[in-house]
Design a protein around this ligand. Structure first.
Ligand code: CAA
Length: 257
């Protein structure tokens, strides 16, 4: 399948999605959203695929929602059509998605990176929510996910001033999992994704689901949620195989059931 604004490639069990609007620094327009959601639906449905990597270019992961597309829009265009609602579909991808970020991840670009399960940042990465400079606000979840990721003080400062955070600050603040030299970013992200894609598929889904629950539920309810998934996974063939493989000192052979 080919797409207008993204490149999609399968390498083993890893799907690599590259945003591909270089002239607009990968600005996220309606076509990018449609392409990403189609690619993620295909990825989720493909039992041969275990983890995805979303990346951009050396200069920009994505410089935001497409300002030129939004410029003439009014309240009815946004609210009436629920213009950005489709991004929540992307965020509901069931299998893990890693954001490999080099260069600018601004506005919607930062929000897209935060919708992924974790961010690997090149040392060149710059994160920001500069919407206030356009007299608007984040609209793809940035105010919420940034506050969850880095706490109120930094999220508030970034949203109110529009300043950018470099990779070092982003790592210290907990926005990114790790910093990688820019030249190694894609290799590292693909290897990390291959490691995840090599795990038992049901355990991967369950681990993702339960970590995400920590951001939706009070602690006691989250612990119950974890316990139920943990108990449930003991009904899988792969749990028997995983523990037998450990005891027999061999690699597990996963069935995904
Ligand atoms: N939307 C549309 N086009 C964009 C864009 C965006 N978000 N960001 C960059 N571009 C376009 C520029 O208009 C320019 O196109 P032309 O050559 O046709 O003029 C091209 O990409 C290259 O950009 P620059 O010449 O500006 O490149 P630069 O290196 O001088 O600056 C930059 C890079 C600092 C990232 C600058 O492009 C910039 O500030 N971009 C906008 C960042 C921004 O405000 N993002 C938030 C958008 S609103 C949003 O995302 C809302 C939301 O929450 C959903």
């Amino acid at each position: 399948m080919t797409y207008e604004t993204i490149l999609v490639e399968q390498r083993g069990r890893v799907t690599l999605v590259t945003l591909n609007r270089p002239k607009a620094l990968n600005a996220l327009n309606a076509q990018v959203l449609a392409d990403l959601n189609a690619a993620m639906a295909a990825f989720d449905a493909d039992a041969g695929q275990g983890c995805a990597v979303v990346t951009g270019s050396e200069k920009a992961f994505a410089a935001g929602a497409d300002i030129k597309e939004m410029q003439a829009m009014g309240f009815a265009d946004m609210y009436g059509t629920n213009h950005f609602a489709g991004w929540e579909v992307f965020a509901r991808t069931r299998k893990p998605v890693i954001a490999a970020v080099a260069g600018y991840a601004l506005g919607g670009g930062c929000e897209l990176a935060m919708m992924c399960d974790f961010i690997l940042a090149a040392d060149s990465a710059k994160f920001g929510q500069p919407e206030i400079k356009l007299a608007v606000t984040p609209g793809m979840g940035g105010s919420q996910r940034l506050a969850h990721a880095v706490g109120k003080a930094k999220a508030m400062e970034m949203c109110l001033t529009g300043r950018m955070m470099d990779a070092e600050e982003a790592e210290r603040a907990g926005l990114v999992a790790r910093i990688v030299p820019a030249a190694d970013l894609l290799d590292d992200a693909m290897k990390t994704a291959a490691t995840i894609a090599g795990m038992a598929p049901l355990a991967v889904l369950a681990n993702k689901e339960m970590v995400n629950a920590a951001f939706e539920m009070p602690l006691a309810q989250g612990v119950q949620f974890e316990r139920r998934l943990f108990n449930g996974i003991f009904g899988s063939e792969d749990q028997k195989e995983g523990m037998a493989a450990f005891v027999e000192k061999r690699a597990g052979d996963w069935k995904g059931r």
